[in-house]
Design a protein around this ligand. Structure first.
Ligand code: GDP
Length: 299
């Protein structure tokens, strides 16, 4: 992810750094190129405008232009604006919030194919390993019979328990059975993997909203595929409006996604990206650090 954007920006900044002195028009020219690079990376237009306006305001000041390394200063200003768009500095580096009484329900939502079930398995493995948590996985997907089996197989690979499959139950019944078992057998975390659809529809949203109202999850994580670009931002907006989410997991960042969605999510949805899926393997899950991502983009 971000490869093309990174290359474009590095080209712009190499030219800026190469110059001893900068005029306002040098900065304006560079910002025009940064703007095009961001748009080509599929960053949402209002977010591009905001980033460029901030950078212009901070970079056109006389202090920057008169400083000893003006090019370097402009790069730093762009870096900081990217960090802000990605959700903030150190405080932007968020893992999951596990500060709640056990069993902590985590609701996984998203479109079919986004990587929701795989991510549920990854989170279970991480919580079991790093955090030493006792984790229960449960699939509420009654629409695709294979989905519950897929989660059970993932649970086996992660060596965590999955809720026994009972045919004929509704998503709500499964969720309640999972929370009951979680309470009875003293699980720390219960991960509830909801059904996805190929596109957003009312039935999907109603089902997810009903489960959310009943279970009151501590985290409602939306899983989106970075490769779907602006569509993933629209998906996030819709889920946030209809269901309410506490965080986003962006998957397939190991692919060649242009990355604009990651830069747009916070401004468009208000929800932070918490984790990144970076491969098919169960340990391919990364925490989201805005600062590191900005460094990755700027090289
Ligand atoms: P769901 O329908 O949302 O539950 O999606 P799945 O979890 O079944 O994932 C769909 C496909 O995407 C599977 O083949 C996964 O192995 C793959 N996948 C999930 N996350 C990632 C990721 O971060 N990177 C890559 N390359 N593939 C992923």
């Amino acid at each position: 992810m971000f490869e093309a954007l990174g290359n474009r920006l590095q080209g712009v900044f190499d030219r800026l750094r190469g110059r001893g002195a900068l005029s306002e028009s040098d900065v304006s020219d560079a910002l025009r190129e940064v703007r095009v690079a961001l748009l080509e990376a599929d960053v949402a237009l209002p977010v591009v405008r905001d980033i460029i306006a901030k950078v212009r305001e901070r970079a056109v000041g006389q202090e920057v232009i008169r400083s000893i390394q003006p090019g370097q200063q402009v790069v730093k200003i762009v870096h900081d604006a990217l960090v802000e768009a990605l959700g903030g500095g150190d405080e932007g580096a968020r893992g999951l919030d596990l500060n709640a009484p056990s069993p902590i329900p985590i609701l996984m939502v998203g479109l079919q194919g986004s990587g929701k079930t795989t991510t549920s398995g990854k989170i279970a493995l991480r919580l079991k390993g790093r955090e030493r948590k006792k984790v229960l996985l449960a699939s509420l997907d009654v629409h695709r019979p294979a989905a519950q089996l897929q989660l059970a197989q993932l649970a086996e690979r992660a060596e965590v328990v999955s809720l026994p499959i009972v045919a004929g139950q509704s998503p709500l019944q499964i969720a309640e059975r999972a929370m009951d078992l979680g309470r009875r057998e003293l699980y720390d975390v219960v991960i509830l993997d909801t059904a996805g659809r190929l596109a957003i529809d009312d039935a999907l949203m109603d089902e997810v909203a009903a489960v959310k109202a009943a279970v009151k999850p501590h985290e409602t994580l939306l899983v989106v595929d970075a490769m779907t670009g602006q569509d993933s931002v629209n998906t996030a907006r819709a889920f946030n409006e209809r269901v309410g989410i506490t965080g986003i997991v962006m998957t397939r960042v190991d692919g060649d996604a242009r990355g604009g969605a990651a830069l747009s999510m916070r401004a468009v949805t208000g929800a932070p990206i918490k984790l990144l899926g970076a491969g098919e393997k169960l340990d391919a899950l990364e925490e989201f650090h805005p600062d590191r991502i900005a460094n990755r983009i700027l090289g």
